[in-house]
Ligand binder design. Structure first.
Ligand code: HEC
Length: 400
């Protein structure tokens, strides 16, 4: 029994010895007591030409980056490049979708222009700036994910993360020599110099996200979650619990076919002759303009009515007919050019004819019955008369 215990300790010790023998020097670290010392030390170390070194402080020390010889933090240019790329990609996307892939006339506006593209451009810019910054900083510059740096678990780290200032020169620096670095630190007035060792086997330990066990666990958890979700949603709720889901109830979707009615239309039309409450159907619907000559404008000619007519005309008619009825609207040849509203035909028309065109449409001009109320249509007719009178003003129309 005793022999066993002794053997155990002997073995334990020899194993420790072996591990100690395989320790390799990772870096030499030095602790300084004041920020002034760390500034001086950093500029001396970088001045001597060391490249693989880093400074650690318990709080940000201004201009330490300059003292370390870091010319310009790369993260700025990386973020800027991402941002510019995002900006141009977003603009390119908006231009391509708006004017190449799916050109759509919307109120005569250009297919591509800057103002409506700004929100997307803004989003694209900050999105790629964010990606570039995170990826550039974490992966390219900070070389993450790497959580097993030999410096992490040392007395040095405890101090520099509390109240001391430290510098570490890595052993794989081109100029590194243990004695020279120790000598340098001593001459700079380091209060504590510590060699940092590592076991080569430890460094090959990958961080958890590359660890097979970790990945397998993750996949396992995800699979279990998926199965549980599937069973609760599909089996328990749908089959075990007799839940009357709406999507399973017999119904007809809008715009879809139904074999129930002879014409196979799922949607029902109103019975012929149905009139909506409070609505008087237009009795000359579809008739030629000769039929409407007796139709008279029910609205008085008043400032209010004419202003209402002007407002509605500018909204609904001016895109094609132009603000003054000359047929020079903003659609700029994206729609057949309408005739002038000052031609002799329209000038000689009765009010009813103009109303008829608005209500019924005429050839390519669509009906505005659905968009503009009856009264507003009559107000527009008055306003068209105003435009005509203004264009053909006589001397006596001028104020004296
Ligand atoms: C989408 C463009 C468009 C809009 C909007 C539009 N029109 Fe027209 N309009 C036309 C075109 C094109 C014609 C010529 C139709 C034809 O070939 O007979 C026309 C014809 C007319 C005519 C008959 C002119 C003639 O000489 O035969 C009148 C009157 C008229 N529009 C009034 C209006 C009024 C009032 C509005 C606003 C409620 C309006 N239009 C809105 C395109 C438009």
């Amino acid at each position: 029994m005793i022999k066993k215990i002794v053997n155990f300790f002997r073995e334990y010790n020899s194993r420790n010895d072996e591990e100690r023998r395989t320790d390799r020097l990772y870096a030499v670290s030095a602790i300084f007591d004041t920020p002034n010392e760390i500034m001086a030390a950093a500029s001396e170390v970088s001045g001597r030409g060391y490249k693989k070194f880093d400074a650690y402080t318990p709080y940000p020390v201004h201009r330490l980056d300059q003292a370390m010889g870091i010319k310009y933090p790369l993260v700025g240019p990386i973020a800027f490049t991402g941002g510019i790329t995002g900006l141009f990609l977003a603009l390119l996307m908006m231009w391509w979708m708006g004017s190449k892939d799916y050109p759509n006339i919307i109120g005569g506006k250009p297919f591509f222009s800057l103002p409506p593209s700004i929100p997307i451009t803004f989003e694209g810019t900050i999105l790629l700036t964010g990606f570039a910054t995170v990826v550039g900083m974490l992966i390219l510059l900070n070389k993450l994910p790497k959580i097993n740096s030999p410096i992490s678990d040392t007395e040095f780290m405890k101090r520099v993360s509390s109240d001391k200032f430290g510098i570490v020169i890595a052993a794989d620096d081109r100029m590194f020599s243990e004695t020279q670095v120790t000598e340098l630190f001593r001459s700079l007035g380091a209060s504590r110099i510590e060699n940092i060792y590592y076991k080569p086997s430890n460094l090959t330990d990958k961080t958890p996200i590359f660890n097979r066990k970790f990945i397998m666990t993750l996949i396992g958890v995800a699979a279990i979650a998926a199965i549980v979700t599937y069973f609760t949603l599909n089996i328990v709720l749908y089959q075990v619990v007799p839940f009357d889901w709406m999507w399973k109830q017999a119904r007809i979707n809008a715009q879809s076919e139904s074999l129930f009615f002879a014409n196979k239309s799922g949607m029902r039309e109103p019975v012929a002759g149905t009139v909506a409450r409070g609505f008087m159907p237009y009795e000359y619907k579809g008739l030629p303009d000769s039929a409407v000559r007796l139709l008279a404008n029910p609205l008085p000619v008043s400032k209010n009515v004419i202003e209402k007519g002007q407002e509605k005309y500018n909204i609904y008619c001016s895109p094609c007919h132009g603000y003054f009825g000359d047929g020079d609207g903003r659609l700029n040849d994206q729609f057949p050019k309408p005739p002038s509203l000052h031609n002799s035909k329209v000038l000689n028309w009765k009010d009813g004819n103009i109303y008829h065109v608005i209500t019924n449409g005429q050839n390519v001009m669509p009906s505005y019955e659905g968009q503009i109320s009856r009264d507003d249509r009559w107000a527009i007719v008055h306003y068209v008369r105003v435009l005509q009178r203004a264009k053909n003003a006589k001397d006596q129309d001028l104020p004296k």
